[in-house]
Design a protein around this ligand. Structure first.
Ligand SMILES: Nc1ncnc2c1ncn2[C@@H]1O[C@H](COP(=O)(O)OP(=O)(O)OP(=O)(O)O)[C@@H](O)[C@H]1O
Ligand SMILES: [Mg+2]
Length: 371
């Protein structure tokens, strides 16, 4: 297997020295924007009881041997690498649609194989959570988990291949692709909103916790699918108002009340969705240290514009070159403000967000002149 370095390591607070500066109510950025606190952490060793594979209600999730995936990815060749995140490298591969046996490149079903390179508890926990949730929950806006590998120390995840990669690449890495049109941006917003609404309406509700542009994958027709349920958590049930967790997620997207208290509710995802909408609207990253200091935090930069309806249009992505629906943009700006309200209870439910967004997908809005 080729060795790869983590550009964005997730760090487990159990695995860092006790002298580290983490303390309750405080968080530190890890790697890029990933953050973590030690609050409420339960000490279980990953190679002990957690080493078992979670049971899923989906018989279609298949267990692969290490050798099968090695063959499917042509020995994890460097030129099979399609991406790399905090979990490890992602390789493309090919399998037979029926037998799931490795096939010659270019034949059968194309897959993405994510390899867990990280040692320690956090990576293993994310692997377990991913198999557990994606094995149980299927939706057209959630990436399909085809299977996993849990042989010896190897931990891998096998997904359907998403031909257009991540939203992050399309929004922010302009040299790699054409700017997304307004219509495609709306389609993506609806897809992501539907996925979150589906998770929030599950029994028990599932809180996604890691919404960001890199976790949204696009198929050939720009259908958006959420990937990475490794940080997902069962939400509150019955009389509970929240579940308590240590703070994990990504800087710039996490709701303020979650960062200060660790109290997790579905409204934390709604806040993150508001930030994502702002990214899609502006073409700017939630946090971007390459910008001048006043523009590094997208929300702080955008607030004065969002507060003034005459100035609000100035934040719209210049790459759209004015080709957007005025009416649609107005509604998106309103929705951003609703999702980012400080009082979490006042934020809309994701199912209401879906209702607001769905009509914006229609190409012919009354005053859309340049779509
Ligand atoms: N199913 C897939 N199909 C096609 N490409 C994929 C698939 N899964 C992941 N990728 C590619 O691999 C990249 C890395 O994904 P990964 O989820 O490991 O990291 P990330 O989302 O960038 O960061 P993080 O570790 O913080 O989630 C993605 O940005 C995407 O380009
Ligand atoms: Mg990811």
């Amino acid at each position: 297997m080729s060795v790869c370095m983590f550009p964005r390591p997730r760090v487990c607070s159990n695995c860092i020295p006790a002298s580290s500066s983490f303390h309750e109510g405080c968080f530190e950025p890890v790697g890029d924007n990933t953050m973590v606190t030690p609050e409420g952490f339960n000490h279980e060793h990953p190679h002990g009881s957690l080493a078992t594979v979670p049971s899923t209600s989906n018989n279609n999730v298949r267990s692969f041997s290490y050798n099968e995936l090695r063959t499917a990815t042509r020995n994890f060749r460097p030129d099979s690498v399609i991406g790399e995140g905090g979990f490890g490298c992602v390789y493309k591969g090919w399998i037979d649609e029926e037998t799931y046996k490795a096939t010659r490149p270019g034949t059968g079903l194309m897959i993405a194989v994510k390899t867990l390179n990280q040692e320690g508890l956090q990576g293993h926990r994310e692997w377990v959570a991913e198999v557990y949730y994606l094995g149980r929950l299927q939706h057209k806006n959630l990436v399909k988990l085809i299977g996993y590998c849990a042989e010896d120390h190897h931990r891998m995840l096998v997904y359907e291949f998403m031909a257009r990669g991540s939203l992050e690449n399309h929004l922010f890495r302009h040299h790699q692709s054409q700017p997304l049109s307004w219509a495609i941006r709306m389609k993506i917003c609806v897809g992501v909103a539907r996925a979150l609404a589906f998770l929030h309406e599950a029994e028990p509700p599932v809180i996604y916790r890691d919404l960001k542009a890199s976790n949204i994958l696009l198929d050939n027709d720009y259908n958006a699918k959420l990937s990475d349920l490794g940080l997902a958590k069962d939400g509150p049930t019955g009389d509970q108002t929240h579940v308590s967790t240590r703070v994990m997620g990504t800087y710039g997207y996490a709701a303020p009340e979650y960062m200060t208290t660790g109290h997790l509710t579905t409204k934390n995802d709604v806040y993150a969705f508001g930030i994502l909408l702002l990214e899609i609207l502006t073409g700017r990253r939630a946090i971007d240290y390459s910008q001048p200091s006043a523009e590094q935090n997208l929300l702080e930069w955008a607030i004065p514009y969002l507060m003034d309806k005459h100035k609000a249009y100035r934040i719209i992505d210049p790459q759209l070159e004015g080709r957007y629906s005025m009416k649609g943009a107005r509604r998106i700006i309103n929705l951003v403000c609703q999702c980012l309200v400080a009082e979490s209870k006042l934020r809309p439910e994701m199912k209401n967000v879906v209702e607001i967004l769905e009509p914006l997908q229609e190409k012919r809005l009354e005053d859309s002149t340049k779509l």
